[in-house]
Design a protein around this ligand. Sequence first.
Ligand code: EPU
Length: 465
Amino acid sequence: MVDAARSLTKDSSLTRDSEKAAARVGLRSGEIVIHGGKPLNGSIRLRGAKNLVTKAMVAALLADTRSVLQDVPTLSEIGVVTGMLNAYGVEVAAPEDGVLVLDPTNVERAQFHEIDALAGSSRIPILFCGPLLHRLGEALIPDLGGCRIGDRPIDFHLNALRAFGAVVDKSYEGIRITAPDGLRGTNIELPYPSVGATEQVLLTAVRASGVTELKNAAIEPEIMDLIAILQKMGAIIWMEPNRTIFIEGVDQLTGYEHRAIFDRNEAASWAAAALATGGDITVLGARQPELMTFLNVFRKAGGAFQVQEDGIRFWHPGGHLKPVQVETDVHPGFMTDWQQPLIVALTQAHGTSIVHETVYENRFGFTDALIEMGADIVVHQDGVASVTRRVPRRRLEQAAVITGPTPLHGADVTVPDLRGGFSYLIAALAASGTSTVSNLGIISRGYEHFIEKLSALGADFVYEG
Ligand code: EPU
C-alpha cells in the first residue's frame, strides 16, 4: 500500500544530467540551486486540480462499481489518498499516464496504523468520514496533516456529521465516528463557506436518507466539479442563490468517468512567475472563467494576458509593474492560494501594495524569506485599518504591505508550505545571484513535474531529488 503511494510520489522527471550536476555541487536531497535573474519563457501544460482530484478519489468510495478519473497529475498528495483508499480495500490502478481507475467493490476495514502512517501529511482523510460511514458504519480519523498555515480546525466537519446523526468519539488515537441509527438528511448552515466542510456535507448527504439543505456553502469551481461527478454517479443535487445547496439522498451510487477540472492555483502560480521574472509563459489547459478574479488583479498589477483556444498566455509587457490592493476571499473572490506567488511579483511594482489575508490566520510566514532576499514587506497582524475593507466579517485580518520595487538577491531558503514554497522558487528565479531552496518535497504535493517545467521554461538550476 505504501509502495503504491511512493510510486505516485516519485517525480519521474529527473534527468541524468541534473543528477550529475547536483552531485558535483554537493546538493542534498530535496534541494535546488537556482541561478536567477533570467526571464522564464515557453509553455507548460496543466493537469487536473489537486483540490478536486483528491476529493474525486474519495467520492469513488461511495460507488459500488469502478470509477475512471482523467487528467490526474503526479503529486505526492495523490499518493497519500491512493494509500488511504488501498488501506480500505479500494483498488487503484493507473493504466496510463494521467488516468486512475478506482475499484471500490471490496471495501473493508483498515488497520488504524496503516491510515495513521499516511494521514499525518494530508487534510483529505477527514473527507473519508461520510463514505466510510455509509460503507462500513464507522470512520477512524487520525491526526491530520496539511500545510501549517493556521489552526485548521475541523469543528465544521464534526458538527455537520453530528447533524446527520453520527456519533463522534475522541480518543488518544484520533477520532472515531459511528452512525448507529444510519445517516439522515438535515439542515446545516456553515459558520463560514468552508471548502472542506462543504465537501464533507456533499459526500455524506448523497447517500443519507431524505433531503439535506446546506446554507452558506462554498461554491469554488472544484466544488462544482465534485457536484458534477456526484451527479454522474446518480446523486440528486441542486443549488439556489445565496450559497444554498440541496442534496436528496439516494440508496445507491455507481462509478463515474470524469476529466478533472484544471488546476487554477498552478495556473496563477506560473502567471506570477512570468510577471516576476519579466517572462512570457503560456499555461496550456488554463481557462478564463475560473480565473477571472485573478486575471483582473494580474492586469491591474501591469501584467498582460491573452486567452487562447487551449490555454492562457501570461507575460510582462515591459514598463513598470503597478501596486495593487487585494483581499483573499472564498470564490468568486481572490483565492488565498494566489497571494503568495503574486506577492513576489508585487515586490517589483512601483509603489505600495496591500494584501489582506481573510481565509487563514497565519499565511504570511513565508514573507520572512522574501525579506531576507531584499523585499520590503511588513506584516500587520491586525490588518491595515485605514484601508476600506470589502470583507470586514472575519477577525483573521493579517495584512502584508509590500513596497517596491526592491531588487531581490539570492539566499538559502527552506520551503515552509506548498504555496509559500512555490513563491520561493519564483523569488529565486527573479533574484540576482544564486539561491538554494530546500525542502522541495512539500512543493511536489501540489505542483506536478515542476522541475521539468522549470527546465522547459529555460530556468538555470541544478536539482537533487
Ligand atoms: N475552518 C474552520 N473549521 C473547520 C473548517 C475550516 O474554522 O471545520 C476555517 C479554516 O481554519 C480556515 C477557513 O475555515 O480559516 C477556510 O478553510 P476551508 O475549509 O475552506 O479550507 P480547506 O478545505 O481546509 C481547501 C484547500 C486549500 C485552500 C482552501 C481555501 C484542499 C485540500 N485544500 O482547504 O488549499 O487554501 O480550501 O480555498 O482542498 C493548498 O492547496 O495549498 C491549500 C491549502
